[in-house]
Design a protein around this ligand. Sequence first.
Ligand SMILES: Cc1cc2nc3c(=O)[nH]c(=O)nc-3n(C[C@H](O)[C@H](O)[C@H](O)COP(=O)(O)O)c2cc1C
Length: 168
Amino acid sequence: MHTFQPYPIELLEMNPFTKIGKEWALVTAGSKTKCNTMTVSWGGVGVIWNKNVVYIFVRDSRYTKEFMDQGDFFSLSFFDEKYRPALSYCGAHSGRDEDKFEKAGLTPAFRHSIPYPDEANLVLLCRKMAAVPMGEEVLLDKSIMSNFYKDNDMHTMYVGEIIETMAR
Ligand SMILES: Cc1cc2nc3c(=O)[nH]c(=O)nc-3n(C[C@H](O)[C@H](O)[C@H](O)COP(=O)(O)O)c2cc1C
């Protein structure tokens, strides 16, 4: 079990383009009884409704979406480069079929009952504020539909208030 320190969000220096887009992250949701994690490389951090937030995009087909929809909280976690194989694994296998934590060599841990992988080096604990299904009607650039949604596996955007940041 690693020891995480609460980390003031004002001190957070992160470039979302590299941190999320290139280094990737794990979104983890669920409860102590059952939780799941999956890799994301689309999303961001920002401010809305006077809150510091993250926003992530989860396709309908993801098992993780069931946990995102059932619960009120989720985490977004970042890792050292040595965990890239684990993130690749969690982005290519579904928790529907197996215990992905175990298979990827990750350990579920909990803070305020919110699940996160213990191997992370930075964890953003989030309270779900909005779930926005992104149907074809919101896509103004019509090429997006044919480029990304030929199979109709649409994204829902989840906006989560960052309630605590933990680093080690
Ligand atoms: C680098 C990378 C980035 C990904 N980013 C996303 C994403 O932002 N949103 C999404 O819905 N799926 C994304 N995926 C795909 C899911 O992680 C993948 O389908 C995963 O197996 C879903 O697992 P689950 O069914 O256990 O939820 C990504 C996969 C990889 C490898």
